[in-house]
Design a protein around this ligand. Structure first.
Ligand code: G3P
Length: 217
């Protein structure tokens, strides 16, 4: 299972990279705005800064919602850095744009997926990744993890190679449940990743080992 961090915050990206378990980064216009990154040039520079920190794929989202605009923006994003993955919304022109980029060998991440039907379309269009937003489904009392299971079943039925990128992951148990279901990738906040580290018996055991060591030295 790949671990992506879902942020545009460079300090958090550096911290996750330093842990040695980071496989990539996802961003979106809201995450960019949260870091105060505005203006096309600054946003493009920020993507390059992120690519310079991590080794893996970095999703950069198009703003256009029409086919020609998405192609123009996506090509410019892909030309920025070899690690860039063009992130495209799950709308009609987005599906067409996804097919265009996949035919050209440019990596894509189809975003804002909320149903298995949308996931099927993304796979048919040759998406590299597709992002079901599990937390936002949970927010409206709909089973986000259930959607991941449905998509896993459909993709396995037909051998689709599009990677299920569980997004809108909010906490550590989301990560564990996605791992059990077989999501290919999860993207979440650093705090959710760090939650995997924690166990009180680890802390108690370590304190005991150190206390016993001190007794004999
Ligand atoms: O990866 C998608 C993500 O950024 C959305 O997360 O928490 O705003 O639903 P959230």
């Amino acid at each position: 299972m790949k671990f992506f961090i879902d942020t545009a915050n460079l300090d958090q990206i550096r911290e996750a990279q330093a842990l040695g378990i980071l496989d990539g980064v996802t961003t979106n216009p809201s995450l960019m705005a949260k870091e105060g990154i505005t203006g096309a040039d600054n946003i493009l520079k920020h993507y390059v800064d992120i690519c310079d920190i991590v080794d893996g794929d970095v999703s950069a989202e198009v703003i256009a919602t029409d086919y020609d605009g998405m192609i123009r923006e996506g090509e410019a994003l892909a030309a920025l850095h070899p690690q860039i993955v063009v992130k495209i919304p799950m709308i009609k022109d987005g599906v067409k744009a996804c097919k265009y980029f996949s035919d050209k060998g440019i990596k894509t991440n189809v975003t804002l997926i909320f149903s298995a039907g949308q996931a099927l379309l993304a796979a048919k269009a040759g998406a590299t990744y597709m992002s079901p937003f599990i937390g936002r489904l949970d927010d409206i009392s709909t089973d986000g993890l259930g959607l991941i299971s449905e998509i896993r079943l459909i993709y396995d039925n037909y051998g689709f190679t599009t990677q299920i990128l569980a997004a809108s992951v909010r906490h550590t148990m989301h990560i564990m449940d996605c791992a059990k279901i077989g999501a290919d990738v999860m993207t979440g906040p650093l705090k959710a990743i760090e939650g995997l580290l924690k166990h009180p018996l680890t802390d108690i055991g370590l304190a005991q080992f150190l206390a016993d060591y001190k007794k004999g030295n």
